[in-house]
Write a protein that binds this ligand. Structure first.
Ligand code: ACO
Length: 326
């Protein structure tokens, strides 16, 4: 039997590094506080004029190269992002133009940090239904453009980047086994951007009040992150008929080292089994798990036949988990 598989991964982060030491000069914080509370040491910041679609396109090109897929072969482009270049056209359409992927249908997914795994599920469904054969899924965010750089509670946490995957049927039986997606709109206000939509339009006054920036209740988000990622991981594993011990590698959302430690503890898996890069990139939102997947793949952290688990949570509240036999 054939399986829907991730046949190529790619990622891109901007060149500019913003260290904790530099943040000390911008807000009332210390390297010690940031490292001990989050594990983050530095993050990447997009250059002026470097938009979400530009980062997404670079990540996509690397995934296409690894997969041996040309732009014309791509039939669907799904971009998960909360920082689109423009509300419309979608960022996926911007990426289509830059890639020259003229045969693709394109749309964006709004599921905050969970968006990449939502995209994996969308791709899996479309390929399983024989609607499309070759799909490009991208997680990309330029959170630096919606962060309030005067708010030490949030500005130390985030960075910019993009990650991509190409999905296709593969002759072998291994691939994406199961993806679970969940949401809870009751927790919408623990992590959100109030302004910019029709509810709180972009007016000078609203912008002055920083309503067009990210707002977060850190403690509540931390709590819900652990609960929702545990639930997502357990559901996806159950449906796949697997146990945690079967996993060679877990690729979690890269929000906070302490959240990942809590997850490792509750899953009863050693922390070494988790792939982490948040020390270098911070939380890159929809890109985080996609960049980590590409990095782990290229580092050879798992080989063909190994089971891996991706698990995420984000604004919405949204959460998801995907079990893959590589
Ligand atoms: N530097 C110094 N002090 C700070 C900083 C900072 N950068 N930020 C906050 N503080 C202060 C706070 O003001 C608070 O001071 P107070 O007690 O006088 O009010 C103190 O540090 C402690 O705050 P806590 O909330 O207890 O800190 P906590 O241990 O919870 O860590 C953190 C805060 C890191 C934000 C944590 O709650 C967290 O990681 N939450 C999850 C955040 C997250 O994952 N967000 C992304 C979600 S994914 C997405 O969709 C984008």
């Amino acid at each position: 039997s054939r399986a829907v598989s991730i046949v190529g991964t790619g990622s891109y982060v901007p060149e500019k590094v913003l260290t904790n030491a530099e943040l000390e000069k911008m807000v009332d914080t210390t390297d010690e506080w940031i490292v001990s509370r989050t594990g983050i040491k530095e993050r990447r910041i997009a250059a002026e004029g470097e938009f979400t679609s530009h980062m997404a396109t670079k990540a996509a090109q690397r995934a296409m190269e690894q997969a041996g897929v040309t732009a014309e072969e791509i039939q669907l482009i799904v971009v998960a992002t909360v920082t689109p270049d423009t509300f419309f056209p979608s960022t996926a359409c911007h990426v289509q133009r830059q890639l020259g992927a003229k045969n693709a249908a394109c749309f964006d997914i709004s599921a905050a940090c969970s968006g990449f795994l939502y995209g994996i599920e969308v791709a899996q469904q479309f390929i399983s239904n024989h609607t499309y054969e070759t799909i490009l899924v991208i997680g990309a965010d330029r959170l630096s453009s919606i962060v309030n750089w005067n708010d030490r509670n949030t500005c130390v946490l985030f960075g910019d980047g993009a990650g991509a995957a190409i999905l296709r049927y593969r002759a072998e039986s291994h691939g994406v086994i199961n993806t679970f997606m969940g949401s809870d709109g009751n927790y919408g206000d623990i992590l959100h951007m109030p302004g910019g939509g029709c509810a709180v339009p972009i007016t000078a006054e609203n912008v002055d009040q920083r309503l067009n920036t990210l707002h977060m209740n850190g403690r509540e988000t931390f709590k819900q992150a652990v609960i929702s990622m545990m639930a997502a991981a357990n559901t996806a594993l159950d449906r796949a008929g697997l146990k945690v011990e079967d996993l060679t590698c877990v690729i979690p959302h890269q929000a906070n080292l302490r959240i990942i430690e809590a997850l490792a503890d509750r899953m009863d898996l050693p922390l070494e089994r988790f792939h982490m890069n948040l020390d270098k990139y911070g939380n890159t939102s929809a890109a985080a798990v996609a960049i980590a997947l590409d990095e782990a793949n290229r580092l050879g952290r798992f080989k063909v036949g190994d089971y891996i688990l991706m698990v995420v949570f984000g604004g919405g509240l949204t959460y998801a988990s995907s079990v893959v036999q590589w």
